[in-house]
Design a protein around this ligand. Structure first.
Ligand SMILES: *Cc1c(COP(=O)(O)O)cnc(C)c1O
Length: 455
């Protein structure tokens, strides 16, 4: 099999070479034929690269922050759960990779869709996603969930089409789509309804150029987990409008006691779903870059697009083969007690932060049901010293050395996102400092009016 792949590659290279030599620009008369030939080093970035921006980076770099030197910095902004050392990958997870390296069997390229035995392990691990057996041919292993999402967007959307994404939402969707000149259309998630989508508004965004609907459940940044009823309502809309779904379920199973995660693919009868997940968050190994797409398409509605999706795997010749080799053991042996202990840390932090911040005048934390984050609303009109969530965040760092991500990073003004992955005492300290900060700057309605009169 690898030989035939190689042959195919060689044959494409040869044709390209032949084409090049026939190209008049490459023949001897090139200088005369083409007046626009380059005469100096004036190299511009490609359109795709010039259009590609990471919103969080942009906003964070524009902040003018100088942490208070008297208080140690607490970064409640960092999405990487391994940063603080309190959450570590399980021994079983790490041993699996260690053994795979020692065995020396996984130093070569894998099949571009991934090693068969790794995909078999993912099929078993992901059984909750489908009533039917998941076939390994419908699994594509990728370099992280990010690449899984990129392949899905590339396979389903053309430039000039649009993609529906949640607001507030993870900014990667925008980064990936905008570079490719795919329009992003935001459907709103409603804080007063536990961040359920505003379905009427969502459906009103759909037109003939809408290529797909992207959902993220459990959600970053909201920490919300959709109910079965809500997922069914979303499926109804997609069925009515012939829209495939890209489901970012990287936080699958990461839900707090009392909540239940349901994979949207498990409820879908007719709507094709491309589910993206990986080991990054649940196994606490973001640097390992291991993600995957599972195609759920009972009725074969996406058959042609799936050919395209598989083509995408050829772009980087497959993902990290060491982690692929370790995957069967990792998925099998990492104990439930490990996952439970991670969830305990996250949900204890959520309860602690909620309890403290709920009492603070001007703040409205929204209790999450899963993932690793909490959104906290800011009554910005009660903080006349600050014009926006961004300025609020900036001054919070300067006075209290606590850094949250401003809602602007998620297209969600007047909120901040805090992470729940810090050690408990740090969580408490950070929330107490946020309370102090808000008490110092909060102005009730009367004082705002008084100030107005004095101006
Ligand atoms: C972290 C995250 C990803 C990216 O995961 P990687 O496996 O690190 O690429 C994708 N989607 C969401 C919502 C995330 O929070």
């Amino acid at each position: 099999m690898p030989a035939s792949g190689l042959e195919r590659k060689i044959s494409t290279i040869n044709t390209e070479n032949i084409n090049l030599t026939k190209d008049p620009q490459h023949s001897n008369g090139a200088q005369k034929l083409n007046q626009n030939v380059r005469r100096e080093w004036n190299i511009k970035p490609s359109k795709i690269s010039a259009r590609t921006h990471n919103r969080i980076r942009g906003i964070v770099e524009s902040l003018k922050i100088k942490p208070n030197p008297d208080k140690p910095m607490i970064p409640l902004s960092i999405g990487d759960p391994t940063t603080f050392g309190n959450l570590r990958a399980s021994d079983e997870t790490m041993l699996a990779v260690q053994r795979c390296i020692e065995g020396g069997k996984y130093n070569g390229y894998a099949h571009s869709q991934g090693h068969e035995e790794a995909r078999r392990a993912i099929a078993k691990y992901s059984a909750h996603q489908s009533a039917e057996e998941i076939k390994t041919e419908n699994i594509l292993m990728c370099s992280g969930c990010s690449a899984a999402l990129e392949y899905c967007i590339l396979a389903l959307c053309d430039s000039g089409q649009n993609l529906l994404v949640p607001r507030p939402g993870f900014c990667l969707y925008q980064t990936l789509a905008e570079g490719l000149d795919i329009e992003i259309r935001y459907y709103d998630l409603l804080p007063e309804r536990q961040w359920e989508a505003d379905l009427r508004q969502l459906e009103s965004l759909i037109d003939e150029k809408t290529a797909a609907l992207l959902i993220n459940n459990p959600s970053n940044p909201c920490g919300s987990v959709f109910t079965q009823k809500h997922l069914e309502d979303i499926l109804d809309i997609c069925e009515r409008n012939y829209l495939p779904i890209i489901a970012d379920e990287i936080y699958e199973h990461l839900v707090f006691p009392g909540s239940k995660f349901i994979a949207i693919s498990s409820l879908s009868k007719n709507v094709p779903v491309l589910t993206c997940s990986g080991t990054t968050k649940r196994f606490l190994v973001p640097g390992w870059r291991m993600g995957w797409v599972i195609v759920h398409d009972r009725e074969n509605r996406l058959a042609q697009a799936v050919v395209g999706l598989k083509n995408m795997c050829g772009r980087i010749l497959g993902s990290n083969s060491i982690v692929q080799g370790a995957l069967p053991e990792m998925l099998e042996k990492t104990p439930k007690s490990f996952f439970d202990s991670v969830i305990n840390v996250l949900s204890a932090n959520a309860r602690l932060a909620y309890r403290i911040l709920k009492k603070v005048r001007g703040l409205n934390p929204i209790m999450p049901d899963g993932a690793m984050y909490m959104m906290v609303g800011i009554d910005i009109e009660h903080f006349p010293a600050f014009k926006s969530d961004t300025q609020f965040v900036q001054e919070l760092v300067n006075e209290q050395s606590v850094f949250c991500l401003p809602g602007a990073c998620f297209e969600c003004p007047n909120f901040v996102r805090i992470i729940l992955t810090v050690p408990g005492d740090m969580m408490k300290e950070a929330c107490m400092r946020m309370a102090l900060f808000c008490e110092a700057h909060f102005k009730s309605d009367e004082t705002i009016i008084e100030h107005g009169l004095l101006d």
